[in-house]
Design a protein around this ligand. Sequence first.
Ligand code: FES
Length: 132
Amino acid sequence: MSKLINVAKLSELPVGALLAVTVGDAEILLANVDGVVHAMGNRCGHMNASLAAGVLAGTTVTCPFHSARFDVTTGKKVGDAVVLPPPGIDKAPAEMLPFLQKAGRLSAPIRTHDCPHYEVVVEDDAIMVRLA
Ligand code: FES
């Protein structure tokens, strides 16, 4: 079994906060939900945005890029990305429209996947995560 790795201080993660930490190649999102710390992958299962820049509401983190939602207690997707034409696209220069339309066609079928989830142990002020 892998060992626990000290990744942050509990005092750095107030209730309702998100914090990204890096351990080796792993980017981990810490979330404090009502005093209980959860850990999952920080990179969105859609297009890799940092979920630490998202919004935590209850146990759900919403990605800042296209609003996919994930349960921080499991890492599982609970809502798909919303890929809409950007506001003002109708006012874009005509020469930009083919590029924007192609970007829309290519990004529309991109699937959103679950994120990794990690065991967390808190001892005193230490947040420790067990990587697989
Ligand atoms: S990158 Fe997160 S929803 Fe698209």
